[in-house]
Design a binder for this molecule. Sequence first.
Ligand SMILES: [Zn+2]
Length: 268
Amino acid sequence: MATGTTFEVGQMQVHILDDGMFVTDAGNLFGGSRKARIKGAMHPVLVEAGNDLAFIDAGFGPELPELLVGRYELTRDKNLIDHLDESGFIPDDVTHVILSHLDPDHVGWALNPPSFPNAKVYVQEAALEEARQMPEKDGRRAAVPAVEKGVEEGWCELLDGDGEVLPGVRVEVRAGHSAGHQIVWLGDGDAAALYTGDLAPAKIWLDPDLIAGVDTDPEAARKNRIEVLTEAEERDAPVILYHEPGDCLVKVRSDGGGFKAVSVGSGE
Ligand SMILES: [Zn+2]
Protein backbone atom coordinates (compact mmCIF):
# COMPACT_ATOMS: atom_id res chain seq x y z
CA MET A 1 0.00 0.00 0.00
CA ALA A 2 3.04 2.27 -0.02
CA THR A 3 2.26 3.68 -3.44
CA GLY A 4 -0.73 3.91 -5.67
CA THR A 5 -3.30 3.63 -2.90
CA THR A 6 -6.79 4.77 -3.89
CA PHE A 7 -9.76 4.93 -1.56
CA GLU A 8 -13.13 6.63 -1.32
CA VAL A 9 -14.28 9.23 1.16
CA GLY A 10 -17.95 9.99 0.67
CA GLN A 11 -18.27 11.03 -2.98
CA MET A 12 -14.55 11.68 -3.40
CA GLN A 13 -11.82 9.47 -4.82
CA VAL A 14 -8.54 9.91 -3.01
CA HIS A 15 -5.22 8.78 -4.52
CA ILE A 16 -2.05 8.68 -2.48
CA LEU A 17 0.76 9.38 -4.94
CA ASP A 18 4.51 9.37 -4.64
CA ASP A 19 7.42 11.72 -5.33
CA GLY A 20 10.31 9.47 -4.31
CA MET A 21 12.29 8.88 -1.13
CA PHE A 22 14.80 10.99 0.70
CA VAL A 23 17.58 9.94 3.01
CA THR A 24 19.07 12.33 5.54
CA ASP A 25 20.89 12.36 8.89
CA ALA A 26 18.47 11.91 11.77
CA GLY A 27 20.01 15.05 13.29
CA ASN A 28 18.42 17.08 10.50
CA LEU A 29 15.00 15.97 11.69
CA PHE A 30 15.37 15.48 15.43
CA GLY A 31 18.12 17.90 16.36
CA GLY A 32 21.26 17.06 18.33
CA SER A 33 23.95 14.95 16.76
CA ARG A 34 22.11 11.76 15.93
CA LYS A 35 24.20 10.01 13.37
CA ALA A 36 21.64 7.51 12.16
CA ARG A 37 20.36 7.87 8.64
CA ILE A 38 16.65 8.25 8.27
CA LYS A 39 14.49 7.59 5.26
CA GLY A 40 11.27 9.33 4.31
CA ALA A 41 8.82 9.05 1.48
CA MET A 42 6.81 11.88 -0.02
CA HIS A 43 3.15 11.14 -0.63
CA PRO A 44 1.24 14.05 -2.16
CA VAL A 45 -2.48 13.33 -2.18
CA LEU A 46 -4.73 13.76 -5.20
CA VAL A 47 -8.42 14.31 -4.51
CA GLU A 48 -11.14 13.94 -7.15
CA ALA A 49 -14.01 16.08 -5.93
CA GLY A 50 -16.76 16.51 -8.52
CA ASN A 51 -15.22 18.36 -11.45
CA ASP A 52 -12.29 19.51 -9.38
CA LEU A 53 -8.94 17.86 -8.89
CA ALA A 54 -6.96 18.91 -5.84
CA PHE A 55 -3.44 18.14 -4.74
CA ILE A 56 -2.50 18.26 -1.10
CA ASP A 57 1.22 19.06 -0.99
CA ALA A 58 3.51 18.74 -3.95
CA GLY A 59 6.78 16.89 -3.26
CA PHE A 60 10.28 18.15 -4.03
CA GLY A 61 9.65 19.13 -7.65
CA PRO A 62 11.77 18.17 -10.67
CA GLU A 63 14.95 17.86 -8.63
CA LEU A 64 16.35 18.21 -5.15
CA PRO A 65 16.53 21.94 -4.37
CA GLU A 66 20.08 23.31 -4.51
CA LEU A 67 20.16 24.33 -0.85
CA LEU A 68 19.51 20.73 0.29
CA VAL A 69 22.21 19.12 -1.83
CA GLY A 70 24.70 17.44 0.52
CA ARG A 71 22.20 17.21 3.39
CA TYR A 72 19.50 15.20 1.63
CA GLU A 73 19.64 12.50 -1.01
CA LEU A 74 16.66 12.00 -3.25
CA THR A 75 15.96 8.70 -5.00
CA ARG A 76 13.07 8.02 -7.31
CA ASP A 77 12.31 5.85 -10.32
CA LYS A 78 9.27 7.91 -11.14
CA ASN A 79 8.29 11.36 -10.00
CA LEU A 80 4.97 12.87 -9.03
CA ILE A 81 4.03 13.81 -12.59
CA ASP A 82 4.66 10.23 -13.77
CA HIS A 83 2.36 8.98 -11.03
CA LEU A 84 -0.24 11.61 -11.88
CA ASP A 85 -0.14 10.34 -15.45
CA GLU A 86 -0.60 6.75 -14.23
CA SER A 87 -3.70 7.91 -12.37
CA GLY A 88 -5.13 9.09 -15.69
CA PHE A 89 -4.52 12.83 -15.32
CA ILE A 90 -2.22 15.51 -16.67
CA PRO A 91 -0.96 18.62 -14.86
CA ASP A 92 -3.53 20.80 -16.68
CA ASP A 93 -6.33 18.87 -14.97
CA VAL A 94 -5.30 20.02 -11.48
CA THR A 95 -7.54 22.85 -10.22
CA HIS A 96 -6.40 23.29 -6.60
CA VAL A 97 -3.14 22.77 -4.69
CA ILE A 98 -3.22 23.01 -0.91
CA LEU A 99 0.20 23.46 0.70
CA SER A 100 0.38 22.34 4.33
CA HIS A 101 3.37 24.65 4.82
CA LEU A 102 6.32 25.99 2.84
CA ASP A 103 9.11 23.45 3.39
CA PRO A 104 10.78 22.44 0.10
CA ASP A 105 9.71 18.78 0.34
CA HIS A 106 6.05 19.91 0.22
CA VAL A 107 5.94 22.78 -2.29
CA GLY A 108 8.18 21.57 -5.15
CA TRP A 109 5.87 20.94 -8.09
CA ALA A 110 3.51 23.73 -7.01
CA LEU A 111 6.12 26.48 -6.94
CA ASN A 112 9.53 25.49 -8.34
CA PRO A 113 8.53 25.78 -11.10
CA PRO A 114 4.74 26.12 -10.98
CA SER A 115 3.71 22.90 -12.76
CA PHE A 116 -0.09 23.02 -12.71
CA PRO A 117 -1.09 25.84 -15.09
CA ASN A 118 -4.81 25.79 -14.22
CA ALA A 119 -4.49 25.41 -10.48
CA LYS A 120 -4.86 27.87 -7.66
CA VAL A 121 -2.33 27.30 -4.88
CA TYR A 122 -3.54 27.77 -1.28
CA VAL A 123 -1.09 28.93 1.39
CA GLN A 124 -1.76 30.17 4.91
CA GLU A 125 -0.76 33.79 5.32
CA ALA A 126 0.89 32.93 8.67
CA ALA A 127 3.10 30.37 6.91
CA LEU A 128 4.23 32.98 4.39
CA GLU A 129 4.85 35.50 7.15
CA GLU A 130 7.01 33.02 9.09
CA ALA A 131 8.93 32.06 5.93
CA ARG A 132 9.79 35.73 5.34
CA GLN A 133 11.39 35.85 8.81
CA MET A 134 13.52 32.74 8.32
CA PRO A 135 17.31 32.98 7.75
CA GLU A 136 18.55 33.57 4.20
CA LYS A 137 19.48 29.94 3.39
CA ASP A 138 16.37 28.38 4.97
CA GLY A 139 14.17 26.11 2.87
CA ARG A 140 10.97 27.88 3.85
CA ARG A 141 12.40 31.27 2.99
CA ALA A 142 13.22 29.93 -0.48
CA ALA A 143 9.48 29.56 -1.21
CA VAL A 144 8.70 33.23 -0.54
CA PRO A 145 9.43 34.73 -3.98
CA ALA A 146 7.29 32.14 -5.79
CA VAL A 147 4.36 32.59 -3.38
CA GLU A 148 4.55 36.38 -3.66
CA LYS A 149 4.66 36.12 -7.45
CA GLY A 150 1.67 33.76 -7.37
CA VAL A 151 -0.33 36.18 -5.24
CA GLU A 152 0.54 39.04 -7.60
CA GLU A 153 -0.39 36.99 -10.69
CA GLY A 154 -3.55 35.60 -9.11
CA TRP A 155 -2.69 31.87 -9.01
CA CYS A 156 -1.86 31.80 -5.33
CA GLU A 157 -4.40 32.58 -2.63
CA LEU A 158 -3.49 33.36 0.94
CA LEU A 159 -5.76 31.86 3.59
CA ASP A 160 -6.38 33.26 7.03
CA GLY A 161 -7.28 30.29 9.19
CA ASP A 162 -9.67 27.35 8.83
CA GLY A 163 -12.11 26.90 5.98
CA GLU A 164 -13.36 24.83 3.06
CA VAL A 165 -11.23 25.06 -0.06
CA LEU A 166 -13.71 22.80 -1.86
CA PRO A 167 -16.90 21.13 -0.66
CA GLY A 168 -15.66 18.27 1.52
CA VAL A 169 -12.05 19.53 1.56
CA ARG A 170 -11.50 21.51 4.73
CA VAL A 171 -8.23 23.01 5.93
CA GLU A 172 -7.56 23.51 9.63
CA VAL A 173 -4.59 25.40 11.01
CA ARG A 174 -2.60 23.22 13.39
CA ALA A 175 0.66 25.02 13.96
CA GLY A 176 3.81 23.81 15.68
CA HIS A 177 5.83 22.24 12.90
CA SER A 178 5.61 25.67 11.31
CA ALA A 179 3.50 28.76 11.84
CA GLY A 180 0.25 28.45 9.89
CA HIS A 181 0.76 24.73 9.27
CA GLN A 182 -2.54 23.38 7.92
CA ILE A 183 -3.93 19.86 7.99
CA VAL A 184 -6.77 18.74 5.73
CA TRP A 185 -9.98 16.93 6.65
CA LEU A 186 -11.60 15.18 3.72
CA GLY A 187 -15.20 14.10 3.66
CA ASP A 188 -18.76 15.07 4.33
CA GLY A 189 -21.06 13.88 7.05
CA ASP A 190 -19.77 10.73 8.70
CA ALA A 191 -17.10 9.80 6.20
CA ALA A 192 -13.77 11.39 6.96
CA ALA A 193 -10.09 11.04 6.24
CA LEU A 194 -7.24 13.10 7.61
CA TYR A 195 -4.10 14.49 6.03
CA THR A 196 -1.74 15.43 8.85
CA GLY A 197 1.06 17.04 6.85
CA ASP A 198 4.18 17.39 9.01
CA LEU A 199 2.22 17.55 12.26
CA ALA A 200 2.43 13.71 12.27
CA PRO A 201 4.12 12.74 8.99
CA ALA A 202 5.07 9.12 9.75
CA LYS A 203 4.33 6.35 12.23
CA ILE A 204 7.16 7.34 14.56
CA TRP A 205 5.41 10.71 15.04
CA LEU A 206 2.42 8.98 16.62
CA ASP A 207 4.41 9.27 19.84
CA PRO A 208 3.40 12.81 20.91
CA ASP A 209 6.48 13.20 23.10
CA LEU A 210 8.84 12.91 20.22
CA ILE A 211 10.71 16.20 20.07
CA ALA A 212 11.38 17.03 16.48
CA GLY A 213 14.23 19.43 15.77
CA VAL A 214 12.28 20.54 12.73
CA ASP A 215 9.31 21.90 14.70
CA THR A 216 9.23 25.68 15.06
CA ASP A 217 7.19 25.33 18.26
CA PRO A 218 7.51 21.79 19.71
CA GLU A 219 4.98 22.38 22.52
CA ALA A 220 2.28 23.57 20.12
CA ALA A 221 3.10 20.67 17.81
CA ARG A 222 2.72 18.20 20.69
CA LYS A 223 -0.63 19.63 21.81
CA ASN A 224 -2.02 19.77 18.27
CA ARG A 225 -0.73 16.28 17.47
CA ILE A 226 -2.60 14.82 20.45
CA GLU A 227 -5.82 16.74 19.70
CA VAL A 228 -5.85 15.90 16.01
CA LEU A 229 -5.00 12.21 16.42
CA THR A 230 -7.62 11.91 19.17
CA GLU A 231 -10.22 13.32 16.80
CA ALA A 232 -9.09 10.94 14.04
CA GLU A 233 -9.54 8.01 16.41
CA GLU A 234 -12.97 9.23 17.53
CA ARG A 235 -14.11 9.63 13.93
CA ASP A 236 -12.45 6.34 12.89
CA ALA A 237 -10.85 8.31 10.06
CA PRO A 238 -8.04 6.89 7.94
CA VAL A 239 -4.91 9.02 8.34
CA ILE A 240 -2.58 9.71 5.42
CA LEU A 241 1.07 9.87 6.51
CA TYR A 242 3.04 12.01 4.04
CA HIS A 243 6.56 10.84 4.91
CA GLU A 244 5.83 7.25 5.91
CA PRO A 245 8.04 4.89 3.86
CA GLY A 246 5.86 1.87 4.72
CA ASP A 247 2.09 1.72 4.99
CA CYS A 248 1.09 5.36 4.55
CA LEU A 249 -2.65 4.97 5.10
CA VAL A 250 -3.48 3.90 8.65
CA LYS A 251 -5.97 4.31 11.43
CA VAL A 252 -4.79 5.42 14.84
CA ARG A 253 -5.62 4.01 18.25
CA SER A 254 -4.68 5.35 21.68
CA ASP A 255 -1.87 3.35 23.17
CA GLY A 256 -0.53 4.27 26.59
CA GLY A 257 0.44 7.93 26.38
CA GLY A 258 0.55 7.92 22.61
CA PHE A 259 -1.01 6.35 19.56
CA LYS A 260 -0.33 3.30 17.47
CA ALA A 261 -1.09 2.73 13.82
CA VAL A 262 -3.38 -0.07 12.76
CA SER A 263 -4.02 -1.16 9.20
CA VAL A 264 -7.09 0.25 7.56
CA GLY A 265 -9.66 -2.53 7.44
CA SER A 266 -8.02 -4.61 10.17
CA GLY A 267 -11.20 -4.19 12.23
CA GLU A 268 -9.28 -3.41 15.44
ZN1 LIG B 1 8.09 17.35 5.34
